[in-house]
Design a protein around this ligand. Structure first.
Ligand code: DGP
Length: 116
């Protein structure tokens, strides 16, 4: 189910422009509009789920597929073998700004740890 005013639901419905790089299994992957690394993609379930904390048992396969899609895109974008990072920000203190769960895939430069 999609939510009317949600930014990522609107991208899923093609009501907002986005560079879509993959679409499969209830997921789309788009280029982040404000990239923090040479490759910065967002893997977004087409179903509206507000945050990581709202996932249920029913989303286990979906989120597993999100990670598999991340791996596939990492290969496609030549992020292996150097490495890459997947991140899900959950809640305001973690910096979540779009309330529709999404996986960041970042790579193409050395990434610092711990993140800020
Ligand atoms: P987060 O802070 O974890 O909720 O990440 C939200 C990301 O979404 C952030 O990296 C910027 C990105 N973003 C925000 N608005 C848009 C948009 O309209 N299009 C795309 N492609 N990305 C967006």
């Amino acid at each position: 189910m999609s939510q009317e005013g949600c930014l990522f639901c609107r991208i899923v419905r093609r009501q907002l422009p986005a560079e879509i790089v993959a679409e499969a299994d209830g997921l789309i992957a788009v280029k982040d509009v404000n990239p923090q690394a040479p490759t910065h993609l967002l893997i977004i379930p087409t179903e509206h789920i507000a945050s990581l904390a709202d996932l249920t048992e029913a989303h286990t396969t979906l989120m597993g597929k999100a990670l598999q899609l991340g791996n596939r895109l990492a290969r496609q974008y030549h992020l292996t073998p150097d490495g890459y990072r997947v991140v899900i920000n959950c809640g305001p203190q973690a910096g979540q700004s779009v309330w529709h769960v999404h996986v960041h895939l970042l790579g193409g430069r050395p990434l610092q740890w711990p993140p800020g």
